[in-house]
Unconditional design. Structure first.
Length: 250
């Protein structure tokens, strides 16, 4: 899937997070208009089994609702405002279904789906997401990622052709994932935090014929440095800044 994209892929982290309410259709649309090669999003299940796009396990921060996502039905969630908290001009923005993102993002762009059922790992999220991808027949634009190897193992069984990236938390918490977990796992990419990214890490991954996608790079200096190290992709909150930094760096 990566052969059709630049050597350094720009993923818009939750969309144009710096300038729009995260994980919403306007955020994804803005990111692509500003030159991102793809978007990154967070998938979760509602109480009645629908796949929606929202980062937190609760509704409190990014909507005018309250409570756990997993305890709320789609009908309840769709009545919420997911834009006003960011800026009044986004009033009325809804929490999107994953299917709506598929319909909004052109097939010439990548979609990194982070499988974020971290509070409910046995809820069947991966299977539901895989069903939607099969229905839309857009396997060629999808990249899975997760902190949970178990999620990526299920994804490998259900959609073996879709590449998988192992997310690594910063610091000691993510050490296993960045080392033994990644080297001996069935992954096509490592997704380390920028605080733990290094030239040596990139070289090790490349020797394994795997990619490195770093999160989250937001300044021109960070982006140019990562490019110099040979990373294969970055996640950024500000895709326009990333695009311009790469253009200026040649």
């Amino acid at each position: 899937m990566f052969e059709h994209f630049p050597n350094l892929v720009i993923f818009a982290h939750r969309g144009d997070l710096a300038h729009a309410p995260e994980n919403t259709l306007p955020s994804f649309q803005q990111a692509l208009q500003k030159g991102a090669d793809g978007v990154e999003l967070d998938a979760k299940l509602t109480a009645d089994g629908h796949v929606i796009v929202i980062h937190d396990p609760t509704l409190d921060r990014t909507t005018d609702g309250k409570g756990r996502v997993a305890a709320s039905t789609l009908e309840v969630i769709r009545k919420l405002d997911a834009g006003t908290w960011f800026n009044e001009k986004f009033a009325g923005t809804k929490v999107p279904l994953l299917e709506e993102v598929f319909e909004t993002v052109g097939r010439d762009k990548m979609i990194n789906i982070e499988l974020t059922n971290y509070a409910s790992p046995r809820d069947g999220l991966v299977l539901k997401v895989s069903e939607l991808i099969k229905r839309h027949n857009n396997q060629s634009q999808i990249l899975f990622s997760s902190l949970f190897p178990s999620n990526l193992k299920i994804a490998a069984q259900t959609l073996p052709a879709v590449p998988r990236g192992l997310l690594a938390m910063p610091g000691l918490v993510g050490l296993w994932a960045r080392s033994f977990g990644f080297m001996f796992g069935d992954y096509q990419a490592l997704h380390p935090h920028i605080s733990n990214a290094s030239r040596e890490q990139v070289q090790r991954a490349h020797r394994l014929k795997r990619r490195v996608h770093v999160w989250t790079a937001n300044t021109p200096e960070e982006i140019v440095r990562l490019k110099g190290w040979g990373v294969d992709g970055i996640f950024t909150d500000d895709p326009q800044t990333a695009v311009r930094a790469l253009e200026r760096s040649g």
